[in-house]
Design a protein around this ligand. Structure first.
Ligand code: C2E
Ligand code: MG
Ligand code: MG
Ligand code: MG
Length: 289
């Protein structure tokens, strides 16, 4: 009977599996073309200072302008790059674009703006990664202090000693390294102890719960105090409401990011938001004395 059931199940699922495999193959061949046709676009989401609520930088977020399906979010395609051997190609493209854009945001009369780039575990684990970043900064002319690398904790699972070495070398260059999606992983605290991060980003799943569940609020307060006592900066991502903003601001969170402030936007929209089109002098109200 089990065998009969197995056979039925096979007959039932086989067409689905086939369809799934076929659409995956199609996606992969479209992805290869995407590189050739330059179909990736980079958007930027503002990150605000927790005290002044002024924009202090942007996170670069990749999208795929699919010829038929429109703008696709990274979760829809990033996972398919690995079997194609194209993970590093995307990371390098994103880094190059992000640094070139960020260089254009800088003005001598205002604070430097940072760009945060998500780097896959695969690229980060390459021994040549810090050298590649060094060369990239030279090539694009972006100050190292303006670049932030965001990595998720799976980078530490393989070789934590090696990851620590890479982070050290990046920090020697003056680049900052942040632990992304903090709290969602398996052993976030262990990685915080082992690896010399500059800061962490509290995952937005915590942000949602902070106003609903007092125990989540206690956990986030503990995260903030732990991070600060280790000298780490904290960014809260996924702030969607004024109440969440108020909570994180009063909890002393260093930087804030989320739809409540801005969604991700094109490079042109960044330029407009920063009023970079206007001449530096004309944009100031000169006091007449
Ligand atoms: P992440 O690094 O944690 O990025 C934050 C994600 O949260 C972004 O989704 C952003 O649009 C979204 N988000 C920001 N504010 C809010 C909010 O207030 N509410 C909600 N619900 N969501 C918010 P996105 O752009 O879909 O990116 C998803 C993930 O894909 C990123 O998570 C990151 O891990 C990865 N990713 C994005 N760009 C790149 C890239 O260039 N390279 C690599 N390797 N991964 C990337
Ligand atoms: Mg990120
Ligand atoms: Mg995150
Ligand atoms: Mg994420």
């Amino acid at each position: 009977r089990a065998q009969a059931e197995g056979a039925m199940r096979y007959r039932f699922y086989a067409p689905d599996l086939d369809a799934a495999a076929r659409s995956q193959l199609a996606l992969q061949s479209e992805l290869r073309t995407a590189f050739i046709n330059n179909e990736f676009v980079l958007e930027f989401q503002p990150i605000l200072d927790g005290w002044s609520l002024e924009i202090c930088g942007f996170e670069a977020l990749v999208r795929w302008q699919h010829p038929q399906r429109g703008l696709l979010a990274p979760d829809a395609f990033i996972g398919q790059l690995e079997p194609l051997g194209l993970v590093e190609a995307l990371d390098i493209w994103v880094l190059e674009q992000a640094c070139n854009c960020a260089r254009k945001w800088q003005r001598p009369d205002r604070e430097a703006l940072t760009v945060a780039v998500n780097v896959s575990a695969y690229s980060f684990q390459r021994r040549s990664f810090p050298d590649m970043i060094h060369a990239l900064l030279e090539r694009t002319g972006l100050a190292a202090a303006c670049l932030e690398i965001e990595i998720i904790e799976s980078i530490a699972l393989g070789h934590p000693e090696h990851a620590a070495l890479s982070i050290d070398r990046l920090r020697d260059l003056g680049v900052r390294v942040m632990l992304d999606d903090f709290g969602t992983g398996f052993s976030s605290l262990k990685h915080l102890r082992q690896l010399p991060f500059d800061g962490l980003k509290i995952d937005h799943s915590f942000v949602v719960d902070v106003l609903i569940d007092p125990r989540d609020a206690a956990i986030v307060r503990a995260m903030l105090s732990l991070a600060h006592s280790l000298g780490l900066e904290v960014v809260a991502e996924g702030i969607e409401t004024a109440a969440q903003l108020a909570w994180f601001q009063s909890a002393g969170c260093d930087r804030l990011q989320g739809f409540h402030f801005h969604r991700s936007m094109s490079q042109d929209a960044v330029i407009d938001l920063l009023r970079l089109g206007e001449p530096a002098v004309a944009s100031r109200q000169m006091p007449v004395s």
